[in-house]
Design a protein around this ligand. Structure first.
Ligand code: MLT
Length: 399
């Protein structure tokens, strides 16, 4: 049997499957401990009621011959693509043609599937640490990426340099896992660099909704020149609580063309129409309702809820004198492992001592070896309980 042997380069389990496995093992051994999960970036607030109502209505339509919808357009219904284009206009004052927006089942799959439209010999570069999907989807294809390291010296926000020679550059802003965010001029450096090198930026904007400083760009298309070098990948998951519904979108500008005039928008549509049958009508109607005034107001409240959790985590870390970054324009806090432990040691130690599940930084790359990540996505009550447990841990150590 001729299998894809590149899969053998992957760790045995995907990071969050490994975390879930170890958590289950711990729970089996300690059934009396109530475990608090602050690991995977999964939301806890329910969907806004206006979204639920829209989906209920869409379900009802599916029950009648007159209003029934079978296969939809593979790239998404025009009314949803129009709503997203309007949102870009309102939020970032930028004009995106609805035909440049292609609806999908989420950012994770698009980030991996986009590789289909590039030459198999194209080289890639990404940050270390990084969202594991970028790395693993490339390893599956037999690619060995270049890394630009996020270190204390660059404030965990690496900028382009001559060492980076790749054709495809992944950027995640606000960054997962570090929770830090590029300034406009820093992003401009990446855009200029990509254009000079004729490289393409795959820009993961899944956490853009957490940026609350109007001076920071929420979309890479706020930067001059980005329409010539960047694809922006977005998600309804963190923004509107769709982790269980599955919906996202990718913007491929029509101005993104190869030197010989081939449109990347056309290639991505071609890929999607062959390999994907589109997101369900019901879910797309729910996504459309996110952009109504009631929907936008409800998601802002949910984002504020998670930000309050993150602020509580940061205040607790300050009291503990643990060193960390992130948590301002991001649901993630990136913490230096206390006591000089390695990331998995720290994960095990904190799970044993507090019953809290962190994400070990090493799961995001070698630069994460001495870090752990926390999310503000759990409930406020659980976040409070977790913070109390961390403070107690410190207290007990003193006595
Ligand atoms: C995470 O880092 O927790 C992930 O982004 C979860 C996801 O795949 O969305």
């Amino acid at each position: 049997m001729k299998i894809n042997r590149h899969y053998l380069q992957l760790p045995e389990n995907y990071l969050f499957s490994e975390v879930a496995k170890r958590t289950r093992q711990f729970q089996t051994q300690h059934p009396d401990v109530s475990v608090i999960k602050l690991s995977i970036g999964d939301v806890s607030r329910p969907l806004p009621m206006v979204v639920v109502q829209a989906m209920k209505q869409a379900c009802r339509e599916q029950g009648y011959a007159k209003t029934f919808h079978g296969y939809g357009p593979e790239i998404g219904y025009p009314w949803l693509r129009n709503a997203i284009a309007n949102f870009y206009q309102q939020q970032s004052k930028i004009k995106i043609d609805p035909d440049e927006i292609i609806i999908s089942d989420g950012a994770k799959s698009d980030l991996a599937n986009l590789l289909d439209i590039f030459d198999t010999r194209a080289t890639v570069a990404m940050c270390d640490p990084v969202y594991p999907v970028y790395l693993e989807s490339n390893l599956m294809l037999g690619r060995t990426p270049q890394f630009f390291r996020a270190t204390a010296a660059n404030d965990l926000l690496p900028l382009p340099d001559e060492q980076i020679t790749a054709d495809i550059i992944y950027l995640c802003n606000p960054a997962n896992p570090m929770g830090v965010c590029y300034q406009r001029e820093q992003l401009k450096q990446w855009v200029d660099f990509a254009r000079t090198r004729q490289a393409i930026i795959l820009y993961d904007a899944a956490y853009a909704c957490f940026i609350h400083d109007p001076n920071l760009p929420r979309s890479i298309y706020e930067i001059d020149g980005a329409r010539e070098c960047a694809i922006e990948i977005c998600s309804f998951s963190k923004m509107a609580g769709f982790t269980g519904m599955r919906c996202g979108y990718t913007v491929v500008p029509k101005t993104l063309v190869t030197a010989d005039g081939i449109s990347l928008n056309q290639l991505w549509r071609r890929r999607q129409t062959t390999k994907f049958n589109g997101v369900s009508y019901v879910v797309q109607r729910g996504a459309e309702a996110v952009f109504t005034p009631t929907g936008l107001n409800a998601i802002q409240q949910n984002i504020a809820y998670y930000q309050r959790n993150v602020q509580l985590i940061c205040r607790t870390l300050n009291k503990l004198h643990w060193s960390y970054v992130g948590g301002v324009h991001s649901p993630y806090v990136w913490i230096r492992c206390p006591g000089m432990r390695s990331a998995w040691e720290c994960f095990d130690f904190l799970l044993q001592e507090t019953g809290i599940v962190f994400t070990p930084g090493i799961g995001f790359g070698s630069a994460g070896e001495n870090y752990i990540r926390l999310t503000g996505f759990n409930s406020y009550r659980n976040t409070q309980r977790a913070c109390r447990r961390l403070l107690n841990l410190q207290q007990n150590k003193k006595h």
